[in-house]
Ligand binder design. Structure first.
Ligand SMILES: [Zn+2]
Length: 299
């Protein structure tokens, strides 16, 4: 009998756990979630995550390791950086949780977990090099080569959202630079653009509805999204030339990304023809936690 794998996904609003078993097909044995309550502060979050893991793994005595996906990366000392759960930044979160859990924890960035799950179980299955894209509130990504994600010496592999697209942009990104990809093709990026030309703040879904009915400002907003998306993703293809690109996050539901958006990518890429399949994810919001579970496999 195959041994279960356990994954934990720490999100801004919820912490989720899953136990899976892979005997040919994937079987989800158990899946549960609790609220993150990051507003209670760092110490409370360490306690919450540690207890949740310890309780969850009681049912799986055969496991040796647990995968944990979370936002942000780590600096040279292991302190969390770039996390949108901001109470984690600058803290030795991984070490603090590990000290309270009697099993090896394998941590990874949540975009890497997404890419790993889609590469092994989802839309990227069967491809050697998979670039997983997150386009949501922020823009991130992960690179999986032959079934393993790459982290890199700065633990920033795949972070195309903070490459510079328009250096003269008037506003700074939260990272401190001007004109990052994330400022243009994230959900808030599109909403900011629409607001800049109309004075009206609307959620992306409403902008899409208005674009459907021919609203000029909405059409301009989506055209700008697609053009910036084409410029940004063509850079990724020029550097990595992946076998497939899998899109995830809320903005990945914009259908034009796969039509006119693809044409824009093809227009900007350094090749007469662009063959790279750019597809929507297959695992939906399960990808993060399933990817975390895959971190613990073969331990
Ligand atoms: Zn940035």
């Amino acid at each position: 009998m195959s041994i279960a794998s356990v994954g934990i996904d720490i999100g801004g609003t919820k912490i989720e756990a899953v136990a899976i078993e892979r005997a040919g097909e994937l079987h989800v044995l158990n899946r549960t979630r609790i609220p993150t309550r990051a507003h209670n502060g760092y110490d409370a979050l360490v306690e919450t995550v540690s207890r949740f893991i310890v309780e969850f793994i009681k049912d799986y005595p055969g496991i040796h390791a647990v995968g944990v996906g979370m936002p942000g990366s780590t600096d040279g000392e292991g302190r969390i950086k770039n996390s949108n759960t901001t109470c984690l930044n600058g803290r030795l979160f991984r070490q603090d949780v590990q000290a309270r859990v009697p099993l090896l924890l394998r941590f990874a960035n949540d975009a890497n977990c997404f890419a790993l799950a889609e590469a092994q179980l989802g839309a990227g299955k069967g491809h050697d090099m998979v670039f997983g894209v997150i386009m949501g509130t922020g823009v991130g990504g992960g690179l999986v080569i032959n079934g393993a994600f790459r982290d890199g010496p700065h633990t920033i592999c795949g972070e195309w959202g903070h490459t510079t697209l328009w250096p003269d942009h008037p506003d700074r990104c939260y990272c401190g630079k001007r004109g990052c990809v994330e400022q243009f093709i994230s959900g808030p990026g599109v909403e900011n653009f629409f607001e800049s030309i109309t004075g009206m703040r609307l959620p992306l879904q409403r902008i899409l509805e208005k674009e459907n009915s021919g609203d000029i400002a909405a059409c301009q907003s989506i055209e700008t999204l697609l053009d910036n998306y084409g410029r940004a993703l063509s850079n990724v293809i020029n550097i990595l030339d992946p076998d497939i690109i899998v899109l995830g996050g809320g903005v990945s539901n914009v259908p034009q990304l796969y039509g006119l958006g693809f044409e824009k990518v093809a227009q900007y890429v350094f090749s007469d023809i662009c063959h790279t399949p750019i597809v929507q994810n297959q695992l939906g919001d399960s990808a993060g936690v399933l990817g975390a579970a895959l971190l613990s496999v073969d331990s």
